[in-house]
Design a protein around this ligand. Structure first.
Ligand code: GZL
Length: 349
């Protein structure tokens, strides 16, 4: 005989079943939320929308859109990224070299998106022109990490973090060394060898340096021209200038490779680099330390290229749901004279 269960028992069972289901689904959402660490510091934190870590046995596939191989610094950064991910069985690195062309970097990012990589690293050759392709990566739910150069302000929602240096500070440090060397009120003519047109590293090193000498009326930038961060172009620009005018006291190059090219041009013009004309570079590559030890260069402002470990850690933190700083900054130093000579044996790149 089919006895009807009291209605109350059936309703209670239904209520219990519904609350049980609701309880499980809310736990699942909590697993994906990012602990709000922004209260701990006033640094802007990146909202982490990662919902779950990949299964334990799956490799994390990282696409890295590198600029090119234009300088010793760039080679050191490439080696750092390749070594970091190549040594870790939990990762697979897809690497592309854009030969310093933005369109090649954009193509590489689109390929990474099509390959459904787990994360994209990008060293943007120039600041502008990234909105469309980075929006495509965002729509594909692929986190983007900027390495060593930045993009136009106002697009912070298109990348997780910028891992790199304070280029304005680097420009300020270059000017600070120069003013300490010559003294306030000195009459100093300066040739500035600028980096790649439109690159954040060039824009900000220029800004930092020029702002720092704005109050020093005797310090004049008599010529400023891009050498595209390469040794060959740095030499070419310096050769052309020296044909017109030899009355300069300082060369400020946005990277050591252009400074080393300028040194060659100065020697070929019959002048003594490091003595007749003081040479300031940025990067801290070994060849610059060697030039300082030879007395042909005066100072290099360090810029850390060994960013592979920081990129890997940022990806792991992001995947684990940890809040990340929008700017993961490198700490750097300034090397001149005996300090550079003493540091030379330990320089890694
Ligand atoms: C700096 C980097 C610059 C280096 C140059 O982070 O973008 O690009 O200073 C390199 O040597 O070409």
């Amino acid at each position: 005989m089919n006895r009807k269960k009291p209605v109350i028992v059936t309703m209670l069972a239904a209520i219990m079943l519904i609350s049980l289901i609701a309880g499980c689904s809310s736990n699942k959402n909590n697993g994906g939320s990012t602990p709000d660490a922004s209260k701990a510091t006033n640094k802007p934190k990146t909202e982490n929308t990662a919902t779950e870590a990949p299964p334990a046995n799956k490799k994390l596939v990282v696409g890295f859109a590198q600029i090119g191989a234009e300088s010793g610094w760039r080679d050191a950064e490439t080696n750092s990224v390749k070594a970091t991910f190549g040594d870790d069985a939990n990762f697979e690195l897809k690497f592309s070299d854009a030969q310093q062309k933005q369109e090649n970097q954009i193509k590489a990012i689109r390929t990474f998106i099509a390959q459904k990589v787990d994360a994209i690293g990008l060293a943007p050759v120039v600041e502008s022109g990234w909105e469309t392709v980075l929006k495509e990566a965002k729509d594909a739910n692929i986190p983007v990490f900027l390495l060593d150069r930045g993009i136009t302000k106002g697009n912070e929602d298109l990348y997780v973090s910028f891992i790199g240096s304070d280029f304005i500070l680097e420009g300020q440090n270059a000017a600070k060394w120069m003013i300490e060397e010559f003294g306030a009120g000195a009459e100093v003519n300066i040739v500035q060898l600028e980096g790649t047109v439109g690159a954040s590293a060039a824009n900000d090193r220029k800004k930092g340096f020029e702002d720092a000498i704005a109050g020093e009326s005797g310090y004049k930038i008599v010529y400023s021209q891009t050498g595209d961060f390469t040794r060959a172009k740095g030499k070419e620009v310096m050769e052309a200038y020296l044909k017109k005018d030899k009355n300069i006291q300082v060369v400020y190059a946005h990277n050591d490779d252009m400074a080393l090219g300028a040194i060659q041009a100065i020697e070929e013009a019959g002048l003594k680099p490091g003595t007749d004309i003081k040479i300031i570079g940025v990067d801290g590559i070994k060849a610059a330390f060697e030039a300082i030890a030879e007395g042909k260069m005066n100072v290099t402002v360090e810029c850390n290229p060994l960013l592979g470990p920081q990129l890997k850690q940022a990806i792991l933190d992001y995947k684990a749901g940890t809040a990340l700083d929008k700017w993961i900054k490198s700490d750097e130093d300034v090397y001149a004279g005996q300090k550079a000579i003493d540091a030379l044996p330990n320089r890694q790149y």
